[in-house]
Design a binder for this molecule. Structure first.
Ligand SMILES: Nc1ncnc2c1ncn2[C@@H]1O[C@H](COP(=O)(O)OP(=O)(O)OP(=O)(O)O)[C@@H](O)[C@H]1O
Length: 243
C-alpha cells in the first residue's frame, strides 16, 4: 500500500547552521492517526514544515501519498495535505474570517456556488459560525486557532497535519476539537505536548528528540514507560491515570 506520509533519513539545518533534524524516518499508512511527541526544540515543527514543502533543501526524502515533495509537485501536495500551523496568524490574512476560510478552496478551483456552503460547514464544525464576518485580527487566540483549522478543513485534504492543535483551547473547545478530529476519519499527524489528547486521538505515537525518532509505537505503551518519558522531558498531567 502506498503510505500517506513517507519520510526517509530527513536531515535539515537552518540557515544559521543549527541542525534541527538529524535523520528522521517515519512512515504513516492511510487512515492512521499518529501523534508526534517530544520536548521543546526537538524538531517536531521542522518536520511538519517539510510535509508540505514550506521547508526543503536538506538531505533525505519526503513523500505524500506517493508523491515526492518537490517544488513542481507543491500545488498537488498542498491539495492533499492540509497543515494547521502552530501559530494561527501564519494562516489568517484576509479582512474577514469567512474570506480566509474561502481562500484555500477558491484557489483549488471549488466553484463559487459551492464556496459559501463549504465555508459555512467548516466554520460550523469548529464552532466559529457566529464570527464569520469578523476580522481575524479582532479574535482571541483560541478563536484564531479554530478559524485557522477551518481554513484547512474547508479544503477537504485527505491528510491532516496539526501542530499543537489543542494548545490555548478552553476545556470544552478542546473536547469538541477531539470529537471533530475523530469524526473526520482522515489520516492525521499531530504534534502535541498534550499527552492525554494524544492518547485519546492517536493509537500510535512517535517520540522525537534532538532531531531523530527515539521511540515509535502504541501511544499507551509509550506513555506507560515512565523512564522513556522522563528521559525526554515528557510528563503526564498530575493525577492522570492511563487505565
Ligand atoms: N528559523 C530557525 N532558525 C534557526 N534555528 C531554528 C529555527 N527554527 C527552529 N530552530 C531550531 O531548530 C530546533 C528545532 O525546532 P522546532 O521548532 O522544530 O522544535 P519543536 O520540537 O517544534 O519545539 P516546540 O515543542 O518548542 O514547538 C530548535 O533547536 C530550534 O531552536
Amino acid at each position: 500500500m502506498t503510505p500517506a506520509l513517507l519520510v526517509k533519513d530527513l536531515d535539515y539545518s537552518y540557515p544559521d547552521g543549527h541542525r534541527a533534524l538529524g535523520g528522521i524516518d517515519l512512515r504513516v499508512e492511510p487512515g492512521e492517526r499518529v501523534a508526534v511527541l517530544g520536548p521543546n526544540g526537538a524538531g517536531k515543527t521542522t518536520l511538519v514544515l517539510h510535509l508540505n514543502g514550506v521547508l526543503s533543501g536538506g538531505g533525505g526524502h519526503v513523500e505524500v501519498a506517493g508523491l515526492a515533495v518537490r517544488r513542481r509537485s507543491l500545488p498537488e501536495i498542498r491539495r492533499r495535505v492540509g497543515v494547521v500551523f502552530q501559530d494561527p496568524d501564519d494562516q489568517l490574512f484576509m479582512p474577514t474570517v469567512a474570506e480566509d476560510v474561502a481562500f484555500g478552496p477558491r484557489n483549488f478551483g471549488v466553484p463559487e456556488a459551492e464556496l459559501d456552503q463549504r465555508v459555512a460547514r467548516a466554520l460550523e464544525a469548529v464552532g466559529m459560525a457566529a464570527h464569520a464576518d469578523r476580522s481575524p485580527m479582532h479574535l482571541s487566540f483560541g478563536q484564531r486557532r479554530r478559524a485557522a483549522l477551518a481554513t484547512v478543513l474547508a479544503c477537504d485534504p485527505e491528510i491532516l497535519v496539526l501542530d499543537e492543535p489543542s494548545s490555548n483551547l478552553e476545556p470544552v473547545a478542546r473536547r469538541e476539537l477531539a470529537e471533530l478530529l475523530l469524526s473526520l476519519g482522515r489520516t492525521m499527524l499531530m504534534v502535541t505536548h498534550d499527552l492525554p489528547f494524544a492518547l485519546q486521538l492517536c493509537p500510535r505515537s512517535v517520540l522525537v528528540d534532538d532531531g531523530v525518532v527515539v521511540a515509535d509505537g502504541p501511544t499507551r505503551e509509550l506513555l506507560a514507560d515512565a523512564g522513556l518519558l522522563a528521559a525526554h522531558r515528557l510528563e503526564l498531567p498530575w493525577g492522570f491515570r492511563l487505565d
